[in-house]
Design a protein. Structure first.
Length: 421
């Protein structure tokens, strides 16, 4: 049962590269300033700073230092801490369990499960607890799907959900972005994010997303591994966790932060001027261990999103990870087509060129140099990718089990007429 006390501070733990037991990195305190606005403070522990293997929590805000860091953004929560907390779906599950419509930001951190994205965790004790190895197994997917359906249904219908059921769901939270029902499950290969269809989906979302991941890889992108499993007559998409590596004695963890944090942005429209592939490419040039490769990879991802009309390409659906000391762009994930009405103009969620968010070829090429690409290189990448998407999306979709009727529903997403105007 979640405590009714709202906490205002917690310890921040980190699992260091090559290790499996977390150590205490520092302390986070959330208060209010003189105007009554949220104020967050973080300070690294002295013992942590003395460690020869200590690493910064992120390469943006909280660099290794003895100073007291402060922020008033994001309700006083530093971006790297927000990324380790629950997303929209995870918050809903925690709220169901607590019986409250909203909790303090620190409570969301404390009560989210230990399978969170990245290498951070949180607690009220100076010393971190021993790592947990209890995960839902893939054989539990049918049960989890049913419970998730009940949570979704409760939006419109009053249905009792037991604490035991919510406890099951509390094992499945993740902060990798998105509002769709999902779970973290384990098999012999490691940890996977399981994504379920919703009863109100207009098409088989699970198989369509799997199609986009396969099509993206065929188009030359680095993407998360995935597969479809059928559980109780329902499709479930499993996406491999790229921030975890399974070992006989446990899991290695990679640090991970969203592009939202890299861009020092918020997930509100007031902060949307910072949502930019151009700005993200420049940040990658500063923090990536291989900036040329990552900038070019980001260009490919931007082009692919435009070619499939993925208008949900917001900064939470991009990330950087560090399996050791070095930061790199993460594999692509959450690739989904949308069907805007207009055939002349479609916009991405992030700025992609001199004409803003306009998802057409001319705009995508307009800032090629910011991605460390010559114009001819960029044109070649885009041309090749356009050919693959246009010629192969249908065959890939059918091979991945998307029905002919669903293919018809999503057909307008691919290389829309205005793309080359």
């Amino acid at each position: 049962m979640i405590s009714k006390v709202e906490h205002t501070e917690c310890y921040v733990y980190i699992t260091l590269p090559g290790q499996m037991q977390a150590v205490t990195a520092g302390r986070f305190v959330l208060t209010v300033d003189k105007r009554g606005l949220p104020l967050g403070r973080f300070v690294y522990g002295k013992r942590y700073l003395e460690r020869p293997d200590a690493v910064a929590l992120d390469p943006v805000e909280l660099k290794l230092s003895s100073q007291v860091y402060e922020t008033r953004a994001l309700r006083g929560v530093f971006g790297v801490l927000r990324d380790a907390g629950p997303d929209y779906w995870g918050r809903r599950i925690i709220e169901h369990h607590s019986g409250k419509l909203e909790l303090s930001e620190i409570d969301y951190l404390l009560f989210s499960p230990d399978d969170r994205a990245g290498a951070l965790s949180f607690g009220l004790n100076l010393l971190p607890p021993a790592p947990k190895r209890e995960f839902n197994q893939t054989l539990d997917l049918s049960k989890l799907q049913k419970i998730a359906n009940r949570v979704i249904t409760k939006e419109n219908v009053s249905i009792a959900i037991t604490n035991n059921q919510i406890t099951d769901l509390l094992l499945i939270g993740t902060s990798m972005g998105g509002a769709r029902p999902k779970a973290v499950v384990e098999d012999n290969e490691g940890l996977w994010i399981a994504k379920f269809n919703r009863t109100d989906d207009k098409w088989n979302q699970v198989r369509v997303e799997r199609t986009m991941l396969v099509l993206a890889r065929r188009s030359g992108l680095q993407v998360a591994d995935s597969k479809i499993v059928e559980i109780g007559g329902q499709d479930v998409l499993l996406v491999k966790r790229f921030d975890r590596e399974k070992k006989p004695e446990g899991y290695l963890r990679a640090r991970m932060i969203s592009a939202l944090t890299v861009l020092r942005a918020e997930d509100t429209y007031q902060s949307r001027d910072r949502w930019s592939y151009i700005f993200l490419a420049e940040e990658l040039r500063r923090i990536s261990a291989e900036p040329e490769k990552d900038a070019a990879e980001l260009f490919r991802r931007m082009c692919f999103n435009a070619l499939i009309s993925n208008t949900d390409d917001h900064p939470r659906n991009h990330a950087v990870i560090a399996k050791d000391q070095d930061w790199r762009l993460s594999p692509a994930y959450d690739l989904t087509p949308s069907m805007p009405v207009s055939t002349e103009r479609r916009d991405l969620a992030m700025v992609c060129g001199s004409q803003g968010r306009f998802a057409n070829a001319e705009n995508l090429l307009s800032q090629h140099a910011r991605f460390l690409l010559e114009l001819e290189q960029a044109k070649s990448i885009l041309s090749d990718m356009e050919s693959v998407v246009e010629k192969h999306w249908y065959a890939v979709a059918r091979a991945e089990g998307v029905s002919d009727a669903d293919c018809e529903k999503i057909s307008s997403a691919f290389v829309y007429p205005g793309f080359t105007l």
